[in-house]
Design a protein. Structure first.
Length: 213
């Protein structure tokens, strides 16, 4: 059984795949925060801006099998798009709580490239095509190589400082300004950090800038 908060077709707004058409599958649940405001202050990740509780979001629901969920995801991809590579992004919450090899294989059968956006604290099933790890707070990450490391910046925990990750085996390293009441200052600091540390590139949440889902 898979619990999905929402499903939608849009453009990827962040990181190395920014601007690419994708079906997003947001799983319910996370291992670093339960999603309830009353518990935010004590959570390992206390700055999340996403609603991942329950299955009542856009096109959300419970799916009894990988085949059923894969068929639902495939239905969002536009028809008559020969030559384009189908692309699905599994996100959350924390998608590694639910994404398994059976679902990855089912998406491959339907000719989808499979991506995950994970906090990196849980082992991943084999076969994922694009791995984006976004470390949060004082959590211990277990996924230390992949395609993209995207660090929300700044974070108060020393374990989430860029120096802790820059020697890991990722193809791309991104700094993304924390979206909170200090957003303008966070953006300024992120820009300066990337100028001072050119191993890192700047990631902006273009879907918010453009006001798209």
């Amino acid at each position: 059984m898979y619990s999905v908060k929402e499903l939608f077709y849009t453009l990827q707004g962040e990181g190395a795949q920014s601007g690419r058409a994708a079906v997003f599958c947001r799983f319910a649940g996370c291992n670093l925060w339960n999603g309830r405001e009353k518990d935010r202050a004590s959570a390992i990740c206390d700055f999340c801006d996403t609603d991942f509780i329950g299955t009542d979001g856009q096109n959300g629901g419970k799916f009894r099998s990988a085949e059923a969920l894969a068929d639902r995801i495939a239905a969002f991809w536009p028809k008559q798009t020969e030559g384009s590579t189908r692309y699905v992004v599994f996100t959350g919450g924390e998608p590694a709580l639910q994404l398994d090899e059976e679902l990855v294989n089912a998406m491959h059968v339907r000719q989808f490239e499979v991506a995950i956006e994970t906090n990196g604290t849980l082992e991943l099933p084999s076969g994922i095509d694009w791995i984006c790890v976004s470390p949060k707070g004082a959590s211990d990450i277990r996924i230390v190589e992949g395609d993209e490391l995207k660090l929300i910046y700044p974070q108060k925990e020393v374990q989430a400082s860029p120096a802790c990750f820059e020697k890991l085996k990722f193809k791309h390293f991104y700094i993304q300004p924390l979206d909170d009441p200090n957003r303008s200052e966070n953006q300024r600091r992120a820009v300066q950090f990337c100028l001072d540390n050119p191993q890192w590139k700047l990631s902006l949440q273009t879907h918010k800038i453009l006001d798209i889902d």
